[in-house]
Ligand binder design. Structure first.
Ligand code: ADE
Length: 314
């Protein structure tokens, strides 16, 4: 990962020693309520995520610290606001989403107090293991699909779904994070501008700057391909070349790729967003129900998906 910007790093420690905060949630939470620890990660826009322990309750959280100066300089204040609105909208309604507990700010930073996902990013598991077992890939694909269905039912698109944004909690269940580019859909179901990660960007976004729920299902297809094979579905020597491959739908399955998984990925990596599996209107042959009943998921019990133990990570 890139070195963190020097102006951001000291924010948490400064706030800790010199609490000057104003609550924006009416509950009077401030940085002095937490003891901050090590850095857990970096978010999508001038942010860092740090471990934090409540001084009062001992509860542990991940706190996203967003540098206000950077937001203002880059004219990105609306992004932080959008992320907060999205997280508030999603609430605590689904186990697959990192929950926002409170927000506050001080002179320098905005703070989002989030669920701590102790087992890190799905990306690092794929990197460390090379690829994931079919059982793991299936289980995580199902949990992501289930979470997407919930998000979409709340009118929220993720728009930057990738294994770095899929975290694992104590039970190795997924928690999707980083809604910084998330968009609350209007009634036409279209987002407008977008910045994403090249490997997971859908063709409609590249070609027509258009996103919908369907684009999140494209990303799911890319993630399933990657979990099973250990490789990006679309990858060129440069971002430009990666994007060219996506436009041409140029990808191929490695030898031995599970047949059911292959069929599913082929139904997700479909150029026409309307035809993509999971994205069709209820009752259609490509609705969410059809995704759930795809043969790849035949061994998944959707009703106990979040209470079943995760398969051993391998
Ligand atoms: N990195 C980014 N967000 C995180 C979270 N909520 N928990 C743990 N690590 C993270």
């Amino acid at each position: 990962t890139a070195p963190r910007p020097p102006e951001i790093q000291p924010a948490a420690s400064r706030a800790q020693s010199k609490p000057r905060s104003s609550s924006v949630n009416g509950r009077g939470v401030s940085a002095s309520d937490f003891k901050f620890g090590k850095q857990l990660g970096q978010g999508s826009y001038s942010t860092q995520v740090v471990f934090a322990k409540s001084v009062n309750t001992g509860e542990e959280f991940a706190v996203k610290v967003i540098d206000k100066g950077h937001l203002k300089r880059k004219d990105k204040t609306h992004i932080a606001q959008a992320e907060r609105n999205t997280l508030v909208k999603l609430g605590s309604g689904h186990p697959g989403i990192v929950r926002l507990h409170s927000t506050f700010q001080d002179t320098w930073s905005l703070y989002f107090v989030l669920d701590l996902a102790r087992n890190g990013e799905l990306q690092s598991k794929i990197s460390n293991l090379g690829s994931l077992s079919l059982a793991c890939s299936r289980y995580y694909a199902a949990q992501i699909a289930d979470t997407l269905e919930y998000m979409h039912s709340k009118g929220v698109l993720h728009r930057d779904l990738k294994p770095e944004n899929v975290l694992l909690d104590d039970n190795f269940h997924i928690k999707i994070c980083d809604f910084g580019t998330g968009k609350i859909m209007d009634s036409t179901e279209r987002g407008e501008t977008f910045v994403g990660t090249p490997q997971y960007v859908s063709p409609e976004l590249l070609e027509r700057n258009e996103t919908s729920r369907s684009s999140d299902y494209w990303a799911l297809g890319c993630i399933i391909f990657q979990m099973i094979s250990g490789k990006f579905a679309f990858h060129g020597l440069s971002d430009y070349l990666t994007l060219e491959k996506i436009k041409k739908m140029e990808y191929s399955f490695p030898e031995g790729f599970d047949e059911n998984a292959k069929d599913l990925v082929q139904k997700l990596l479909v150029r026409d967003p309307v035809q993509r599996l999971g994205a069709g209107p209820p009752g259609s042959t490509n609705d969410v129900q059809s995704l759930r009943s795809h043969p790849f998921f035949s061994s998944i019990d959707w009703s106990t998906l979040w209470s079943d133990p995760a398969p051993p990570l391998e």
